[in-house]
Ligand binder design. Structure first.
Ligand SMILES: [Zn+2]
Length: 144
């Protein structure tokens, strides 16, 4: 099911870990609404500005899946409000800077934009989420 021009519901709950471990990661109607918001308000505007495909490597995670991947207990992935993304057309660092610019220019509002691991030149992936009362336009850099 299409959530926005370039994003489907299926890619926002697909998980190789869930498949391997037999975890049912199908989202509830409320989670599906959150995923749709995430696609429309965050992912699609980024995709439009970027102009090239963006791959979602992890969207919704039910509690069992979140535990299996050692996710944070307060992770926005648990409610379908966050996605980890990658790209191949440019470096992920370029995409990260583009998202930063969209935030600064007030073209999108996120909960968090996180440079996840990798090194100072290139993240392993980028985490983006919907804004919430306690999280708005937070930009974090995590290194292992
Ligand atoms: Zn994430």
């Amino acid at each position: 099911m299409k959530l926005s021009e370039n994003f489907t519901l299926e890619e926002l709950y697909a998980s190789s870990t869930a498949a391997r471990k037999g975890i049912d990661n199908y989202p509830s109607p409320i989670v599906q609404q959150n995923l749709q918001m995430l696609a429309k308000k965050v992912l699609q505007p980024i995709r439009n500005a970027y102009g090239h495909p963006i791959k979602v490597t992890s969207g919704y995670r039910c509690a069992a899946l979140n535990k299996a991947v050692n996710g944070s207990k307060t992770s926005q992935h648990l409610t379908g409000c966050a996605a980890d993304i990658k790209c191949t057309h440019t470096s992920k660092a370029y995409l990260f800077r583009l998202i930063l610019r969209l935030i600064r220019e007030k073209k999108i509002v996120v909960g968090q934009l996180i440079w996840e691991y990798g090194n100072v030149d290139e993240p392993s992936w980028i985490h983006v989420s919907l804004p919430m009362a306690t999280k708005k336009n937070q930009v974090l850099y995590l290194y292992k």
